[in-house]
Design a protein around this ligand. Sequence first.
Ligand SMILES: Nc1ncnc2c1ncn2[C@@H]1O[C@H](COP(=O)(O)OP(=O)(O)O)[C@@H](O)[C@H]1O
Ligand SMILES: N[C@@H](CCOP(=O)(O)O)C(=O)O
Length: 354
Amino acid sequence: MAAFTELVVASLQPVLERLFVEPVVQRLQQISDGIENSNYLVVVSAQGLRGRIISGLPDLAGLQCSAGPVPLIVTIVEMLDRSQLDPIVKHVALMANAGLPVPGMFADELGESVFTHAGKPLMVVPMLEGRVLQADEVQPGHCRAAGSFLGALHSLTLDLGEQDRVERGFSWTLQALDRCQAWVEPEHGVELKRIHARLSAVVSDLEALPMSWTHGDLFIDNALFRGDEQATSAQPPVQLSGIIDFYRSGPDSAALDLAIAANDWCWDGTQLLPDRIAALFDGYESHRSLTTEEKALWPELLGFAAARFYAARMLSLHTASYQRQAADADPSAASVLKDPSAMLLRMTTALFPD
Ligand SMILES: Nc1ncnc2c1ncn2[C@@H]1O[C@H](COP(=O)(O)OP(=O)(O)O)[C@@H](O)[C@H]1O
Ligand SMILES: N[C@@H](CCOP(=O)(O)O)C(=O)O
C-alpha cells in the first residue's frame, strides 16, 4: 500500500484526453513502493500524442503511441500545492532539456503538465525501463552513476541567484531535532543533544556553501537501472535508466545533496564504504569539483543529511502525518513509516567517529 488517494479510470480519462488522441486505459494499478505520493502504473493505447513529452531520455522524448500501448506513471502529489510544484516542474523540464536522465513528463497542447485530482496536483510521467536496486546489490558503478547525475544537476543550476532554501533546510532540521527529544528513548536523549550542539555550531558555515537546485532525496530507491545485453539475471542491472521523485527537490546546498545520496548509496548498514564513496565523488566531480570548504565540512554535511531524514521519519511516526493515518487505518501499510534509528547511527558515525 502506498496510494493515499484513490484513482479510477473515469476520473483519469479527461486528463488522458488532453494528452493523447483517443486514449483507452488497458491497465490501472496502484504502485506499492513509495511513501510520500500516490503512484499508479497506467497502460494506455492511443492513436497518437495530443501534446508532447518533455524528457531527458531520447527514447522517451521520441515516443510515438502508434507502436503499441504506452506505460505511464500517474502521480497524485500529496504534500505540495500547485505553487510549490510549479518551480519543481520547471526545473525537471530544464534537466530534461539539458539531456539529464529524467523521465520528465507529458504536457498537453498548451504546455500544461500539472492537472488536478481530488483537489491535489496530478502528473503523468513516462515509465522508465528497469528497476530499483536492493541495497545489497549496490556496487561502486551504481554510486558513480548517482554521483554523476548530481554533479550534472548542480553544475547546470549553480547560478540560482537569491532563492529560499527547501523547506527542510538546516534551520528546519535543527528545530525538528529539538522536537524529537519528546519521543526519543531515554538512552538516546543525550546522544541527540550532542548531535544537535555539534550541528548548531556549524550551521552558518554550511549556509555559506554553494547552492544549486538539488534532488533532495536521491536514495537508492529513486533511481532505476536496467541490464545490458550480456548481463545474466543473477547480476544486478548496471545501466542507469533514470532518476525519479523530484517532489523534495529545490534550492539547497549542493554538497548536502551529495551527502544525502552518500548516506544511502554508500552505507553498508554500519559504515560508509570507501570504494563506493570514491566512485560517488568520481562521478560527481566529472561534472563539478567540490570546493575546499565543502570537502572540509563533509562529516557535518553527512550528519545534517542524516538528521534531516531522522527528523522527518520521527515526525511521520509520532505526529498525525498522512503516513501515520494510512498505517493506522491499514496495518499492511506500515512500510510507509520508516525506521528513524538507522539515521541516528549515521549521524553518530559521521560526527563522532571515535
Ligand atoms: N517514471 C517512473 N518509471 C518507472 N517507475 C516509476 C516511475 N516513477 C515512479 N516509479 C515507481 O514508483 C515507485 C514510487 O515512486 P516515488 O516517486 O519514489 O514515490 P514516493 O514519492 O511516494 O516515494 C518507485 O519506487 C518506482 O518503482
Ligand atoms: N527517502 C526518504 C523518504 C522518502 O521516500 P521516497 O519513497 O519518496 O523515496 C527516507 O528514506 O526517509
